[in-house]
Design a protein around this ligand. Structure first.
Ligand SMILES: NC(=O)C1=CN([C@@H]2O[C@H](COP(=O)(O)OP(=O)(O)OC[C@H]3O[C@@H](n4cnc5c(N)ncnc54)[C@H](O)[C@@H]3O)[C@@H](O)[C@H]2O)C=CC1
Ligand SMILES: CC(C)CC(=O)C(=O)O
Ligand SMILES: [Mg+2]
Length: 374
């Protein structure tokens, strides 16, 4: 999607609950900086989702917000999952907000780059030599699989005990479209895709492997394709993560493997994501950008959350939805420079570094943008 230089970019900003509003505040400073120093113009609508929406409207997301998401050039999402709302019932929990946005907008491809900043090789749970320069792209399918399959629910059995049911379902077309995204991305990177499933025990995994193999043979024979069982992949990612370039996998495995991959980069608070839908006739596509982490209720309200995943998610928005490559590069460079300068939020803290809170980290990144602009 290309946006004309002089047209205001329509953004829907949904901070959510927990640490969402705290880290989103720092992105708003970055946006203000882009407006004042780079001449970009944003038309921003902010609305409530998750716990914040439950507090105001009694539901995790309103239809009106979905409509606003369709009307926007892109959506910037924080996080949802305030445990305060555990009593409202499964169908109304805060997480429904993000699940519904993904499903209603058809956001099927969630791109989760796990890139290790040089300054953070010591923050990784693996040895510096194993993670230095690491750059993996996990492509997670996000509107199918076990999070959405039917039948689902909890039923009471005749003896009074209960049965909880979820079903993993994937269709040929659902697998084909996400596979194409992964192969396309691989061509722009190191040209390797590893498809991850559990075809040894799941029919949905067997179909996944067959369809990916088919798409590869017919449309992307130039890309190197390998297959791996998900349990082995989790182990290989810790043993030798550099063997991977692009990983394509289903909803559940992608969720787990990307949280795992985040620790290779130093923290869950470092990983951004882009969730993209199908390109429409006008060339536009729906897109939502969010950190991969949740609302971190254990640290919410303390001003100590790492805002970098949220800021890097905004850089992905500039890159993918607006084609503002220069500004996206500047933001990534500013983050890198600030980390090189020794500033660390608590989650990436290591010996000899300066520990700072959310807002000081955000301010430092904006100051660094200023220096890069000069
Ligand atoms: N897209 C979303 O909105 C997501 C929502 N959730 C929801 O969030 C809630 C909390 O889930 P958890 O399992 O605790 O996962 P979480 O991702 O919120 O937190 C896991 C751990 O990582 C830390 N952490 C996460 N983000 C951080 C950041 N930016 N800076 C520093 N530390 C950070 C937290 O403090 C916590 O110790 C749940 O209700 C869950 O369903 C979980 C993942 C994604
Ligand atoms: C509500 C969950 C599916 C969110 C999550 O864990 C994720 O998308 O990573
Ligand atoms: Mg997750």
């Amino acid at each position: 999607m290309m946006t004309e230089q002089n047209t205001a970019i329509k953004l829907l900003v949904l901070p959510g609950d927990g640490i969402g509003p705290e880290i989103m505040r720092e992105v708003r400073h970055v946006i203000s900086w882009l407006e004042s120093r780079r001449g970009l113009s944003f038309d921003i609508t902010e609305d409530v989702v998750g716990g914040a929406s439950l507090a105001e409207y009694g539901e995790p997301i309103r239809d009106e917000v979905i409509e606003k998401a369709w009307a926007a050039d892109a959506v910037l999402f924080g996080s949802v999952g305030d445990p305060k709302w555990a009593h409202v019932g499964f169908e109304k929990r805060p997480e429904v907000a993000i699940l519904k946005l993904r499903q209603e907008l058809g956001l099927f491809a969630n791109l989760r780059p796990a890139k290790v900043f040089d300054a953070l090789v010591d923050a990784s749970t693996l040895k510096p030599d194993v993670v230095r320069g690491l750059d993996i792209m996990i492509v997670r399918e996000t509107v199918g699989g076990i999070y959405f399959g039917n039948p689902r629910g909890i039923e009471t059995l005749p003896d009074g005990s209960k049965r909880g049911v979820n079903t993993e379902v994937y269709t040929t077309s659902e697998i084909e479209r996400v596979a194409r995204v992964a192969f396309d991305l691989a061509r722009k990177r190191s040209n390797r895709v590893c498809s991850v499933e559990k075809c040894n025990v799941m029919e949905s995994g067997l179909l996944w492997k067959e369809v990916v193999t088919d798409v590869h043979a017919k449309e992307f024979p130039d890309v190197e394709l390998s297959h791996m069982l998900a349990d082995n992949c989790a182990m290989q990612m810790v043993r030798n993560p550099r063997q991977f370039d692009v990983i394509v996998t289903g909803n559940l495995f992608g969720d787990l493997l990307s949280d795992l991959a985040s620790m290779l980069t130093g923290s869950l608070g470092m990983l951004p994501s882009a969730t993209l839908g199908a390109v429409r006739e006008n060339g536009k596509f729906p897109a939502l950008y969010e950190p991969i982490h949740g609302s971190a209720p254990d640290i919410a309200g303390q001003g100590i959350a790492n805002p970098i995943a949220q800021i890097l998610s905004f850089a992905m928005l500039l890159r993918y939805s607006l084609n503002k490559q220069e500004e996206a590069n500047m933001i990534e460079q500013a983050v890198s420079n600030v980390l090189e300068s020794g500033l660390r939020t608590a989650d990436i803290m290591s010996e000899g570094m300066a520990r700072v809170g959310t807002s000081v980290m955000g301010e430092a990144i904006v100051r660094e943008l200023d220096k890069l602009q000069k």
